[in-house]
Design a binder for this molecule. Structure first.
Ligand code: ACO
Length: 363
């Protein structure tokens, strides 16, 4: 039995390769460094959906389709707010995606609905009315405008877009696998995406950047870094933003994000502290686990970036979904095309009636 299915290959994919030994992430033939920070969200969507979606679209066509779907998602906001009274943003988003109708354009509709619903849900928490999408804005810019009620600077839009691209696809992670399991039953894109969001919302998957900021808050300033790390590692605690199940070296997404964060002026103090924590953590982890090579993962600079863009901690997981939905929807298409129901086996270890054989593998 392999309880975590580690190393079990459950699909062939042309979408992404995570090279944990060399610290490389390749998306459809391109290193992540060539994509994030250079391509728009819309170009990435066109690229990931190309050859899978019923209709092939270029960047401009994707932008127009997403704009149309953001507008129709906004029409559903009153129903969303009625159905999600008292919910957190991420739980409300899950309910909101369930309100969407299944159809040939569902990959566009779920992608477009996420920023519309997340912005409306957050504003409701703040006692503010929802703001409609603005015609002509890029997906990331429109999200920030719907959230804040005014256009964000190009620098912040680019920073958010870079983040969305770094997380767009990442091999057979838990939420992508969930999406593929549901898609393989032919339940459709909406049901598969709702299930994937459920998997992402767990603290072991999409919830790490919030705790990174909690850690930086607790450390307070650079003079406390060495002491804090020694005390917490000594107590057997995990340092948030370091280590990874697949990467046995530095997560390549960390440096892509670090480069962007360095350009956001209001993160200067946070960044100085994060860099001091990074340096001290890598040294302390190397001393404690000399054979393991524990390094920075994607979450350390994600946390500083999202805070710098002006997003509160309860938005971190929903914004992760805003990027990862591109990977989910592409994998859903790929899984349906492969036409194989995903149905593993279990080993029954309960009581047996007399005469029933003990089987090593049972359905
Ligand atoms: N701080 C302290 N110790 C650590 C850390 C860390 N960040 N990461 C690993 N270790 C320790 C483990 O406790 C383990 O020690 P042990 O043998 O005494 O039990 C040893 O190093 C080896 O652990 P791994 O096998 O490398 O870790 P695993 O694959 O089980 O866990 C994980 C990976 C969950 C990411 C872990 O590194 C961790 O908890 N990191 C902190 C949380 C975090 O940053 N999560 C976000 C990950 S990125 C993402 O999921 C998108």
């Amino acid at each position: 039995m392999n309880a975590g299915l580690e190393g079990v290959v459950a699909a062939e994919t042309v979408l992404s390769q995570v090279n944990g030994i060399e610290g490389r992430l390749i998306v459809r033939g391109h290193e992540i460094e060539e994509l994030a920070g250079h391509w728009s969200f819309e170009a990435m969507a066109a690229f990931l959906w190309d050859g899978f979606a019923p209709q092939s679209m270029d960047e401009g066509q994707v932008a127009a389709a997403l704009e149309r779907s953001r507008n129709s998602a906004f029409g559903k906001v009153p129903d969303l707010l009625r159905a999600t009274e008292g919910s957190t943003v991420v739980d409300g988003l899950r309910t909101g995606l369930s309100l969407l109708a299944e159809g040939p354009g569902s990959h566009i509709d779920v992608t477009a609905a996420i920023p519309v619903f997340v912005a409306a849900l957050l504003r409701r928490d703040q006692g503010e009315p929802p703001i409609a999408p603005t015609p002509g804005l890029r997906h990331a810019a429109d999200f920030l405008a719907m959230l804040k009620g005014e256009p964000a600077s190009e620098l912040l839009v680019d920073a958010l877009e870079t983040y969305l691209l770094t997380v767009a696809d990442h091999g057979m992670n838990a939420s992508t696998f969930t999406a593929r399991v549901v898609a393989a039953t032919r339940a459709g894109t909406v049901a598969s995406t709702v299930a994937a969001l459920g998997a992402l919302s767990g603290p072991l998957h999409g919830g790490a950047p919030g705790p990174v900021l909690d850690m930086l808050d607790e450390i307070g300033d650079e003079s406390q870094v060495d002491d804090w790390i020694a005390r917490h590692l000594g107590d057997g605690e995990r340092l948030m933003g370091f280590g990874h199940r697949i990467y046995r070296t530095r997560d390549p997404r960390a440096d892509v994000l670090k480069g962007v964060v360095e350009r956001i002026v209001n993160t200067r103090d946070r960044m100085a502290l994060a860099e001091a924590v990074e340096k001290a953590s890598i040294a302390a982890l190397a001393a404690r686990y000399p054979d393991r090579n524990l390094d920075t993962n994607v979450e350390l600079f994600t946390a500083v970036l999202l805070e710098g863009v002006g997003l509160s901690r309860d938005l971190f997981t929903p914004v992760f979904a805003m990027g990862r939905v591109l990977g989910w929807t592409a994998h859903i298409f790929e899984q349906v095309a492969s036409s194989r129901l995903i149905r593993p086996a279990s080993s029954y270890v309960g009581p047996l009636p007399e005469g029933a054989p003990q089987l090593a593998v049972a359905g």
